[in-house]
Design a protein around this ligand. Structure first.
Ligand code: GLY
Ligand code: MN
Ligand code: MN
Length: 361
């Protein structure tokens, strides 16, 4: 039987350098992953023998229900004192904390209040466990993708010149919620015409004009898991695309396809980024590809490992990765195409079904 997240955290206590008596988990996504508790506030303390979930009165019932087997401690005001008392009671010597999440102010305060504990910074202990998705996690991501895919198909019927970027983003988010999303995975990006040169531009009151390429980057959250898809469509309103629009689109499409095909077990993450970057360089457009090729996806939209120049992780089954090349050309506009891939035992699967051929509206 595969180990539970709690059991895997316990193993990590001994393999961590230095070995730890306990891990104090503050990052919300890690809290949910390890305990199952999804409330907005709380801490976990995991030792070899204990699993303690500390939360406030709003969430005690929920914590008891979602995290069977955990000792649920209700924090009472002043929370900080209650937290310190709980930590002290557990009497750990060497306590790991999430140094890439705990604020410096809390760290300074807590270490001062409990100087008998050796506070040991850790990075990525739980993130490392989270990289390989279980079948249940993949099922939630599939559903998040399906909701986003369906909403996009519906919004294509709505998209036309004269609508503002903000209206299109609102329609897409509303459609995803109606389709079963718990929330949008992130602020939906809709950028049109020259604004397409902003990779993460916010939708504005700018009207979409006939002849604009429109980049839409969107995702749904479902059961705690996210999707993250980008399509760039042509809103012609009777006009045909220019040669330049077709050429840039076609190049991004080819690079994206090459990236998708390269994501396989045994391949190093950075090499997939390089393969795509080299294709843009050969076309003389490398300077316009200004971000990494992709990232893992799960409870957070951006997880490790990533398809970037500095990530030497070897791809293995169980990862869910995005592949999202784009070109961003100032005063002209941009094109990005993004898919979510599941690296399975029997091959890599592209999860979104939305076409990547240039859609002409
Ligand atoms: N929408 C955020 C991203 O694509 O990474
Ligand atoms: Mn995206
Ligand atoms: Mn992405």
């Amino acid at each position: 039987m595969t180990a539970t997240p709690l059991e895997r955290v316990r193993s990590a206590l001994t393999t961590n350098q230095p070995a730890l008596d306990g891990l104090f988990i503050t990052r919300p996504e890690n809290r949910a992953y390890v305990s199952g508790f999804t409330g907005s506030y709380g801490y976990l303390l995991v030792t070899k023998d204990e699993a303690v979930l500390l939360t406030d009165g709003r969430y005690v019932e929920q914590a008891l229900e979602q995290a069977p087997g955990w000792s649920v401690v209700r924090l009472q005001r002043p929370y900080e004192d209650a937290l310190m008392a709980a930590l002290k009671r557990l009497d750990v010597q060497r306590l790991g904390f999430e140094s890439d999440h705990l604020s410096h102010a809390d760290y300074a305060n807590w270490t001062q209040k409990l100087p008998a504990i050796e506070w040991k910074p850790t990075i990525g202990v739980v993130a490392h466990l989270r990289r390989y998705k279980t079948p249940q996690e993949v099922a939630a991501i599939r559903q998040a993708v399906a909701i986003a895919d369906d909403a996009f198909a519906s919004v294509l019927n709505f998209l036309r010149p004269g609508l503002t970027e903000r209206q299109v983003a609102a329609e897409l988010e509303y459609t995803m919620r109606r389709g079963g999303a718990d929330a949008a995975a992130f602020e939906t990006i809709v950028v049109s015409g020259a604004r397409g040169a902003l990779p993460h531009g916010r939708p504005e009151d700018k009207q979409i004009e006939a002849g604009d390429l429109v980049t839409i980057d969107f995702g749904a959250r479902y059961g705690g898991y996210n999707s993250d898809i980008t399509r760039t469509v042509f809103v012609g309103g009777g006009k045909p695309p220019t040669d330049r629009q077709r050429e840039i689109y076609s190049l991004v499409q080819q690079v994206q396809q090459a990236g998708v095909e390269a994501v396989k077990p045994g391949v190093v993450c950075s090499s997939v980024d390089k393969l795509c970057r080299d294709m843009f360089d050969r076309a003389g457009l490398g300077d316009y590809f200004v971000h990494g090729l992709g990232h893992s996806l799960g409870r957070e939209v951006h997880e490790f490992p990533m398809l970037v120049a500095t990530d030497e992780t070897v791809i293995e089954p169980g990862l869910v990765l995005t592949v999202e090349p784009g070109l961003y050309i100032g005063e002209w506009g941009g094109v990005r195409i993004e898919d979510d891939l599941y690296v399975g035992e029997n091959g890599t699967e592209v999860l979104p079904r939305s076409t990547k051929e240039l859609i002409l509206l």
